[in-house]
Design a protein around this ligand. Sequence first.
Ligand SMILES: O=C(O)CCC(=O)C(=O)O
Ligand SMILES: [Fe+2]
Length: 435
Amino acid sequence: MQSHGRGSGGTFASARSLSAAKRPQHGTSNQSHKVKVLCAYLVASSLLIFQGSSPLTDSSISPLQSSPQRTRPPIVDVFGIMTNTSQEMHPASMGVNKDDLVIPLIDFGPFFWGTPSDKHAVALSITEAFKTSGFLYLKNHGIPPSVVSQVFASSARFFDRPQDQKNGLGWTTPQSNRGYVAIGREKLAPLDETDDINNRRKSVPDIKETMEIGREGVDGLPNRWPDHLDEEGKKFKETMLGFFEMCKHLHKQVMSSIALGMNLPEHFFDEFVSGGDNNLRLLHYPPVHKDVFKRNPEQVRAGEHSDYGSVTLLFQDRHGGLQVRSPRGSFVDATPIADTIVINAGDLLARWSNDTIKSTRHRVIQPPKPEGGKSDDSLVDTYPSRYSIAYFCNPNNDKVIKALPGTYGEDIHVAKKYTDVTAGEYLVQRLTETY
Ligand SMILES: O=C(O)CCC(=O)C(=O)O
Ligand SMILES: [Fe+2]
C-alpha cells in the first residue's frame, strides 16, 4: 500500500496545466509515433519531462512476456497489441543474486497441483525469500499473460487521456485512497528519513502518475471510474475489476504459502484477507530527457521506500528501472523476467511477523536508454515511458494485527516488538504521513 504526495502545490499546478495544454485529444493521438514534448518545471528544480510516443501504438507498453522462440507463439491481446516483442530474456531458473541480495525465481505451480510435500517445499522457499531479501519473482502464478496484457493496454489508454479528464478523477483523501494522482504529487520516501540525503531526496518529486483503485462497493468510498466518459472508460472499469479479483485470489494463495512456511495452519490468514481491502495502482512513468537525471543526481522516478501493507504483487513492463536495496546498501536491478510477478513483503507483514519477514526498500530509476533500432531520432535522448502495475495487499481493515504465533516467546527468547494495531488504522496513518 502506498502513499500520495504532499499537496499539489503551485509548482505542480503549472506543470499540470502545461501538460494539459500540450496534450492532443484522447483518440487523435493514438496513431502517432511522434514524440510530443512536454516541458514541466518541477518543484525547485528544472526538470524537463518529455511525454513520449503514444503508448497505444508502442509495443513497448506490453508487459514482459516470454520470447516466441523459447515458449509460445506471439500473443495478440484483445486490443490487437503484439505482446511478444524482441526482448532480453533471463534464463527461467534465474532471479537476482548480487551484493548479498538474493531474489529467487519461484515456481508457484506445484503449490496448486503438486504433492503435499511439493506444496510444502514451495511454501518454505517463498517464506525463506520473505525472511531474507523480502522479494521474490513468482512464475506459474495463475494470472494469464493475456489478462496482464489487457490490463497494461487499458492502463496506457487511461494515462493517454487528456489531463483534465484525469484530473477530474483526482485522488482526495488517505481514507479513500482512490483516484488519479498527477505527476509529482506523491513522493515516496523511507520511514526514517532523518539524514540530509533523505531530506534532499524528499524534495525531488517522483516522475510518475498513478491511478489508485480500491475495493469496489465500500460505502462512502467510491472508486473514481472513467465509465461516464465513454465506452473505453466502461471497458476500463470492467477490466480493472476483473483483475482486482484475480489478484485478490492470488494474494490469498500467497498468504497460505506463508502460513505453511511459518508452521501455521494453511488457512490461518484466510479470515484476515477475505475482505480484499487491497489497492490496485496503475503507474505510468513518462518519458524523461536524460539531462533531467544528469542535472540532478538525486532524481529518481520513484523514491526509495518500503511498501506499507502485507505483500505487493508487482507487474513490470520490459523496460526495467526497479531496484532493490541490498544488505550492503547498494541498489540492485530487479530486472524484469517474462511472465513473472515480483512479490515483496510490506511493513505491516514485517510487523505482524515480529520482524522475521523483511520489508525491503526499493525505488525506480531511469530505465535503460531506448534500444537501437528505434528510427525516430527524437527518442534518442529520452528514457522511454515505463508502465507498471502494483497490487498492494492488506489484511481486512478491521483486523487486529498482533505478532504471529511462533515469532516471539520465552521458549525462543524473543519478545514481542510491537503493540497490536488495526490494519486499517495502520495503513491510513502511513498514508497520512506521506502527505
Ligand atoms: O513501478 C514499480 O516498478 C514499483 C512501484 C512501487 O514500488 C510502488 O508504487 O510502491
Ligand atoms: Fe513499492
